[in-house]
Design a protein around this ligand. Structure first.
Ligand code: NAG
Ligand code: NAG
Ligand code: NAG
Ligand code: NAG
Ligand code: CU
Length: 252
């Protein structure tokens, strides 16, 4: 009887190695680092802390369904009290550690909160895409994806810089970073994390309706870019990949 728990324990440890998932740990703006939520640190030490700027994500595991309400801002997505200050036109860099998946698109989104990001419903706000990176060269199966170029194997943080459109009207916004990994056939993995931004500036622009999407709602599970098998002969001969979620709004 002693063997059973030992065996279970060692089996339970294996997926950590075989399926190393991940998430967005910190943000930087200029030289300032903003610590994000850490699933490996007790929630009590982080939730509601005055320094917290990121919505809570309970685990490094992915979300598998485009219809999952947590596809907006992960599970449970509990709001932080604080905001990262940033000027429109400035860059925010998302920091990941040990990001290991190489295939699939990465997208960054904003949603206006109105007076207060802590009370918005992340499934009801309207998101617009401000950045995307997908297949950089080659075919779907063996080509170079931004996701692969971004990852680091030496333990240094993987950095993902995104520019806030300079024309955007100032206000309180959520930023949503999503990595979509498609290395398992027809089993897409979504890794979304959200943070709160206080965007300053003198811009007046705001995207028109065709850019505004909800999560869930932005994606169709039968989208050929989402319900995809890259291990086919056809994929070996496909050199384009349409990133889901519509066009990028640059404010221009
Ligand atoms: C970055 O995130 C990690 C993991 O949550 C945390 O341990 C670390 O303190 C953060 N670094 C900074 C500089 O905020
Ligand atoms: C933001 O990043 C872009 C691209 O790397 C760079 O050209 C620009 O100078 C940066 N802007 C600021 C304000 O740092
Ligand atoms: C947002 O930034 C402006 C300008 O610095 C500041 O007056 C305002 O209090 C900030 N709002 C929040 C909610 O942090
Ligand atoms: C590649 O382009 C073709 C023609 O526009 C399109 O039908 C197909 O869905 C694209 N493939 C991917 C994976 O985006
Ligand atoms: Cu994973």
């Amino acid at each position: 009887m002693m063997m059973v728990p030992v065996l279970l324990a060692s089996l339970a440890a294996l997926p950590e190695l075989g399926f190393a998932h991940g998430g967005l740990s910190n943000y930087t703006v200029g030289d300032t680092w903003y610590r994000g939520y850490d699933p490996d640190t007790p929630a009590e030490a982080q939730l509601g802390q005055p320094w917290m700027i990121q919505r809570q994500w309970r685990t490094i595991d992915p979300i598998f369904s485009v219809d999952d309400p947590f596809i907006a801002c992960n599970d449970p997505g509990t709001a932080p009290p604080s905001y990262i200050p940033i000027e429109a036109g400035g860059n925010i860099t998302a920091v990941y550690y040990w990001w290991l998946h190489p295939v699939g698109p990465m997208t960054a989104w904003l949603a206006a909160c109105g007076d207060d990001c802590t009370t918005v419903d992340v499934n009801q706000v309207e998101w617009f895409k401000i950045w995307e990176g997908g297949l950089l060269e080659g075919n779907l199966a063996e080509g170079l994806w931004y996701q692969k170029e971004f990852q680091r194997w030496d333990g240094s943080p993987a950095l993902w810089p995104v520019t806030i459109p300079s024309a955007l009207r100032p206000g309180l916004y959520m930023i949503r970073h999503e990595i979509l990994s498609i290395h398992i056939e027809k089993k897409p993995q979504f890794y979304p994390e959200c943070a709160h931004l206080n965007i300053t500036g003198s811009g007046k622009a705001y995207p028109m309706k065709e850019y505004l999407l909800k999560f869930p709602g932005a994606y169709d599970k039968h989208d050929p870019s989402i319900e995809i098998d890259i291990y086919t002969e056809e994929a070996m001969e496909t050199f384009n990949y349409t990133i889901p979620g519509g066009p990028v709004w640059t404010g221009a």
